[in-house]
Write a protein that binds this ligand. Structure first.
Ligand code: SAM
Length: 290
């Protein structure tokens, strides 16, 4: 085992990982501009987008496309260039490469070849949303995009619902409402959430409240723009064993808040790791095995 130093004077090129703004161009760092200017080649998720960024900063470096559909074929080509001394910067469309964006396979391939990988700090939507969320910032769990459907989605939601850390999810405006419904179903409708929208842009906005609050807000307001969802971790009280009476009271509270009895029972069962039938029997004072 040996340390891999970032700055070594050898014949190989360096792979620089360069974050780009998530909206506001002023979030480009001096070092990012300098690096994109100094390297021999910029590997970009979308060369047209990155060309606009480079033009804005008067950077004239050549571009090559590197995105999720050409990862496999492009990596050997980029590694060959790096091995022969070409310095390459990798960028995605917005934010930090490899964070819900292309990059990770190239990083792994470069490490394998003993090529220096130099990360630059910079813009990312996740922690930008987290620090203004008003929700406990640490510990946090960054998930990225949820699977769109099926068992994978359900399993991910159940796993996240039971985490004590704050969770960060990326979501498109077209799926925000569906995701909020699914979150309320698995996390409980009183879990706190902050929706951070259009970060660093003109219409930047935060919506803070319980899941039931934000769901009702989006019944009257269409979601617009890019979203980060920051969700509070599972409260410690919920993980402690509740007495039968406390369970009945918790179901009552959800019913009083407007939930149907079956939904309330399902939710309290999920929150307490109990079978739905157990809570149903308890609530309806039914004796029996479940
Ligand atoms: N690599 C990026 C990063 O470091 O944050 C993330 C890229 S991912 C393909 C795009 C998602 O990031 C969006 O769907 C949204 O969830 C989030 N996102 C990106 N820019 C955002 C912004 N300005 N405001 C809110 N969310 C944003």
């Amino acid at each position: 085992m040996k340390e891999q130093k970032s700055f070594v004077d050898n014949s190989k090129g360096c792979l620089f990982l360069v974050p780009t703004p998530i909206g506001n161009l002023n979030d480009m760092t001096y070092r990012a501009v300098q690096t994109l200017q100094d390297v021999d080649l910029v590997a970009a998720e979308d060369t047209r987008n990155t060309k606009n960024l480079l033009n804005h900063f008067e950077i004239t470096t050549d571009l090559i496309s590197f995105h999720e559909h050409n990862t496999a074929s492009r990596i050997p080509e980029l590694i060959e260039k790096l091995n022969s001394g070409v310095n390459i910067a990798q960028v995605s469309d917005a934010g930090t490469p490899s964070i819900s964006d292309p990059g990770k396979e190239l990083v792994k391939a470069a490490i394998k070849e003993d090529i220096s990988v130099v990360p630059l700090p910079g813009a990312t939507a996740s922690t930008t949303a987290l620090i203004a969320s008003g929700i406990e910032p640490q510990p946090f769990y960054f998930y990225g995009f949820l699977p769109r459907k099926g068992k994978e989605r359900t399993e991910a939601l159940v796993d996240l619902a039971n985490r004590k850390e704050t969770t960060i999810i990326y979501e498109s405006p077209y799926r925000v409402q569906k995701t909020l419904d699914d979150l309320a179903d698995k996390f409980g409708s009183d879990r706190q959430i902050t929706l951070a929208r259009e970060l660093t842009k003109l219409h930047e906005a935060f919506l803070r409240g319980s899941l039931v609050d934000v769901i009702s807000y989006y019944q009257d307001n269409e979601p617009k723009g890019e979203y980060v969802l920051v969700i509070a971790g599972k409260p410690t009280e919920q993980t402690e064993t509740m007495s039968d009476e406390q369970i009945i009271q918790a179901v009552d509270r959800l019913i009083e808040a407007g939930n149907k009895p079956n939904k309330a029972i399902k939710e309290i069962a999920a929150q307490n790791d109990l079978k739905k039938q157990t809570v149903y029997n308890l609530y309806h004072n039914i004796e029996g095995n479940d």
